[in-house]
Each structure stands twice: as structure tokens, then as C-alpha cells.
Design a protein around this ligand. Sequence first.
Ligand SMILES: Cc1ncc(COP(=O)(O)O)c(C=O)c1O
Length: 408
Amino acid sequence: MNIDDIKREFPIFDDKIQNNDLVYLDSANSSQKPRVVVDRIYDFYTKEFSNVGRSVHYLAVAATNLYEQTRVSVQKYINAKDKDEIVFTKGATEAINLVANTFGQKYLSEGDEVLLTELEHHSNYVPWHFLRKAKNIKIEFAEINDNGEVTLEAIEKKITNKTKIISVSHLSNVTGAILPIKEIVQLAHSKNIPVLIDGCQGAPHLKLDMQDIDCDFYAISGHKMYGPTGIGILYAKKKWLEDLPPYQGGGGMINEVKKEGITYGELPNKYEAGTMATAQVIAFNESIKFMEKIGIQNIEKHEKELLDYGLEKLRKNNSVNIIGNPKEKGGVISFTIEGVHPHDIATILDEDGVAIRAGHHCCQILHDKLNLPATARASFGVYNTKDDIDKLDESINKCKKIFNLKWT
Ligand SMILES: Cc1ncc(COP(=O)(O)O)c(C=O)c1O
């Protein structure tokens, strides 16, 4: 695949940002958007707009068909068994909240345990914390090892006969560790425990096959997959969507509403209350097509090459301390430079047009464990090149000069 051609599909790279060519190394936060996605939003609003699933006029029916086409595209993309297992949400955060809330309501009571890991994003901790407060459940954390990964053994160690659900990341947004999710699911299922995977960082970079992974729930963030903001996906096995209560109430999710009571809509409407992010869902179909056109295996291969090149380069830069060394790792490099606060690193890099993220990356538990208040993080997308990594390295050297560090 030709990265220059791919990069040209992203309008953000057409112009200079503050007089610099943009070196965008913040895709784990959110990816840039290809022209096809942006154009699809514009076209929908200017030529095809209507709300979906309500009126019977031409535009409404056409918009509903487009909206449902995205559902089928997602189903195929992740190899779910049924299109009704795809629920649109406003993001992965909402997808996880949906599961925590509905599963918690029905299946968790005082003393029950939810098993997470120490590397979870706040989106996969805070919703469970709400249940800890409301229902007096316990939250257990499988530990990371010195490489910044969570092994199957670490998960197994924390499972007890009170564990009611396991909820873990596919790929850490800090150390880049890829968790053995298939094995975790097999282990959990052998003990009758359902598994939710936070796939925010997995879905943009790794081939997904829900039937093969066999997880019960998988949360996806559209804006990290070259898609618009405001769209996420909850994949859930049909048996769960049928079994669990609705999440939010309102129009669209009901069947019959009477003063005496209410019956709920069929799947997946039961979980899509109110007017949804119609334009974003429709435009997300273009993100899927964009990724399919390149091929996820090619994306994976390209990002692995960037990762290997980046690790080699930054390891040679002897003031840089790379966080974690997982055997299976995605395109994320978190690092610190002794004597320079990560926010200063990010600010100085930004002067050269190198956009990275600094902070705790919504993973405070992990940073506490690492005894670090913050880290700097470079993360890759399909548009990145080795040149971008060279610029990152050069900019880090400039940063060292500014702080007058002794390393060369
Ligand atoms: C691992 C992980 N989980 C959850 C989220 C939240 O996703 P969203 O922005 O779609 O709510 C993120 C986003 O940063 C993430 O990296």
C-alpha cells in the first residue's frame, strides 16, 4: 500500500498547522478523518437528511435504509452472527456504561465481584465504580507485570466464585499491550463468567472476528476508526440483548406504551432510544469501507513496521524511557524523559508540528502503579510514516536541548 496516496485522502494534511507540516501521532486519542467520511456527512445533511425509523416519506425511508446499511457493514466487518447484535451508541464509553448499567441491574448484588485489570481506561472502571457505590459490589484488578502486560495467569489469579463479569481492554492505550482476549474468554466461559472487551484500541488496528473471539460484549469507538465523533458500537451476543433490561427510555425503543405499562421494541431498537447520531452512523459506513479497501492486515503490518522502527529509534535516544515492553504490542509508544514533564515535552513537540498526547491518558490506576503522574504518548494511524518518527525523534532532541539535559 502507498502511504502517500492514503495520506492524500485526509484533508487535514493538505494545509500547514501553525506553519508546520502536521506530524499526527495522536491516533490512539482520535484518528483523523478521510475525505469520504467528511463528504458523506455533508452530502447527507445537504441532500438526504431525515430522521430515521419514524416517518414514511421518501427521505425518511431512504435515511433509515442507509442507517441500517451501516449496521450490516459493522456486522460483516467484525464477523458478528447477526446484525441485531450491533447497537449504536455515542461512543465506547456509552457502550460500556450500557453493559455495566443493565448487567449490573439484573445480575449484580452485594458482595459480587467484577474483574478488571490495572491497565483499564477510566471508561472501563468508572461505570463499575458506580455499581460499587450503588450495590456494594467489589472491583478486583488483575495486575500488570513488569512488561506492562496482563497475562492469562494474572486474570486467573483474581477469579473467584464471586466473579460475575470480566471486563478487559483488547489493547492498552498506554503500554500498547495486546491482551490474550480469546484465551481470557475461554477461561471465563469455562467458569460461566461473561466477558466484555473494551475494543477501543483493538478495532482500529487488529482484525476482529466476534464469533472466533466469542466474547459476550465488545465496545468500539467510531472516532478512533477514521470515523466521526458521536458514534460507537456495542457488539453483544443476542442472548444478552434479549435478556438484559433496556438502558435508556424514550422514543424508538418501545413497542407499546399504555398508562398501565410499556413493552419494549425488538432488537436492536430496544437499546437505541431517542434520535440517534444519524449522520455519524451513516458516515461511519464510509470509514468501514475505507479500512476494508486498505485491508486490516495491511494496516496491522504497516503499524507494526512503524512500531518496530519507532521503538528502535527511541531506544537509541538514551534520555527516553519507554513505558512497558509487552511481547504483543500495538502502535502506541508511551515514554518519559527524565527531568522534563510530559506536558512540556508535548508543548515543545507541538512547536514543530508534532502532535502527541501527554497526561495520564485516562489511566490513573496504571500510572499510580507505575509511580508516574503522567507520560508522553506517540500513537500511530494508517497515515503515519517513518519520516514522522524521525521528526518525533528530532523534536525530542530539541526538547532535551531546551532543558539542557546532559544526554546526547
Ligand atoms: C482504551 C479506551 N477505552 C475507552 C475509551 C473511550 O472511548 P470513547 O471516546 O469512544 O468513549 C478510549 C478513548 O480514549 C480508550 O482509549
